[in-house]
Design a protein around this ligand. Structure first.
Ligand SMILES: *Cc1c(COP(=O)(O)O)cnc(C)c1O
Length: 439
């Protein structure tokens, strides 16, 4: 009966909207979707984030009580531990992921007249730091299968002005660093990895952030290792470590570092002891949480692959560990009776599954346009370069991805495996009733 109604509605909708015929009514007669008044698949609460333990609370209190609030023991111990955890020689803790990226670009000497290559599928800070140094962002389109910068399009974007390449391990999915480095090294261009979402991710079992000249991390509250705000730079190059340290700490010499004050530009991007203590105390549970996310995500992959129209992001070649800061997949409306993505998301949320549509087209963001049309940019790059910038930075694959993507945040992967079964059940239910939901 229900199937008959759904089918008729679908045919009517398909005729009206031109929806492809890919969808056919699934044979399972599930309960009514929650958004149509049915019972939600999931009633219980999701794993909270952040989730401080008593040990973490005490660590912060101890830091407060010592009276050493300025960068000292806790920050330094965290730096040592974080470097070791990643297999990096040096770590400089800073005030945010944005500060980490800004210091790394500053240390490399990026400035006006330079170009920095970035992907369009990322948090806006990846580009704000390029603009902060008055460099020109150059977008290289993504591969829709992986959600990552397409290394096949990298070489063509390099010019004599390219001062840095900034690949982003988005969602915690690591980029194909060997391939990116082979292109960059060939032209002697430094690579700064935006690993702000990629704590403990790895390529060929080597950690994300240790491949390029520097790797930048964020400890903002939503991230997999949070201290409210915070960030870190890791590097194997001691000169780079000295320069990043100087940039972040008013030009000062790094303890144990060699170079005296020589970096012209600098700032104060220091981390406080409270953040250091909180981070240090969290390192104990970090790997266990990463493993829970991975095993849940891999199980969820296997469930979702059986649902037509749901396409989880594919790992790049060589990826051995995904940090799963975001579980990302593409939603293909034509496999859901033409049900638009926003309605799919609303229906999924009604089932008790929090999700979001993710990033918008960054290369079309107004803040970039405004910055590029400022008198400073126009005087450095010339009106012709600025006016042709939008056309030269089109990213058609990313445009499509921004219309198709759906995200689950990392804490959704911290519960029991049965949570993954619920997510898949909710999607199957929505798909079975997709035609009715279109209206
Ligand atoms: C979070 C994030 C940043 C910025 O980090 P903050 O700590 O918020 O300044 C940069 N890039 C990416 C990809 C991020 O996710």
């Amino acid at each position: 009966m229900r199937r008959g109604i759904d089918r008729r509605q679908f045919i009517a909708v398909a005729a009206a909207t031109g929806a492809s015929a890919a969808w056919s009514a699934p044979t399972v007669a599930d309960d009514k979707p929650a958004i149509l008044g049915g019972k939600p698949v999931r009633g219980g609460a999701r794993p909270a984030w952040p989730a401080p333990t008593a040990a973490e609370e005490n660590a912060v209190l101890d830091a407060v009580r010592t009276g050493r609030w300025y960068r000292s023991r806790s920050v330094e111990q965290f730096e040592d531990a974080f470097a070791k955890l990643n297999g990096a020689k040096h770590c400089i803790a800073v005030s945010s992921g944005t500060a980490a990226l800004s210091a790394a670009l500053g240390a490399i000497g990026v400035g006006p007249g330079d170009e920095v290559i970035v992907p369009p599928y990322t948090f806006l800070a990846t580009v704000s730091v390029v603009l902060m140094h008055y460099a020109l962002p150059v977008f290289v389109d993504i591969d829709r299968e992986t959600f990552l910068m397409d290394p096949g399009k990298l070489d063509a974007a390099i010019t004599p002005r390219t001062a840095a390449i900034l690949p982003v391990h988005i969602g915690g999915a690591p980029c194909d660093m060997p391939r990116i480095l082979s292109i960059a090294d060939n032209r002697s261009i430094p690579v700064v990895e935006d690993a702000c979402q990629a704590h403990l991710a790895a390529i060929q079992n080597r950690k994300a952030g240790t491949w390029g000249a520097a790797g930048c991390f964020s400890f903002q509250v939503s991230k997999n290792l949070p201290s409210g705000e915070g960030g870190a730079i890791i590097t194997n190059n001691s000169q780079m470590a000295d320069d990043c340290y100087a940039f972040h700490n008013c030009g000062r010499k790094r303890p144990g570092g060699r170079s005296e004050y020589r970096l012209g530009r600098n700032s104060n991007y220091r981390m406080t002891e409270f953040q250091g203590a909180l981070l240090l105390a969290q390192l104990d549970g970090l790997e266990a949480r990463a493993q829970t996310r991975s095993s849940n995500a891999e199980y969820l992959d296997s469930l979702l692959r059986d649902i037509p129209g749901i396409v989880p992001a594919r790992p790049c070649k060589g990826a051995t560990q995904n940090a799963y800061h975001i579980y990302m997949f593409r939603y293909q409306a034509e496999e859901f009776a033409g049900l638009p993505r926003n309605k799919f998301i609303r229906a999924l949320r009604a089932e008790g599954i929090p999700c979001s549509p993710g990033y918008e087209r960054l290369n079309e963001a107004l803040f970039i346009r405004d910055a590029l049309h400022s008198r400073h940019y126009v005087s450095v790059y010339g009106r012709k370069t600025i006016e042709s910038w939008a056309e030269r930075n089109r990213c058609p694959e990313n445009d499509k991805l921004c219309d198709e993507a759906v995200w689950f945040m990392q804490n959704l992967l911290l519960g029991p495996r049965s949570d993954m079964d619920e997510i898949a059940a909710a999607m199957r239910k929505i798909r079975a009733h997709a035609a009715a939901l279109v209206n």
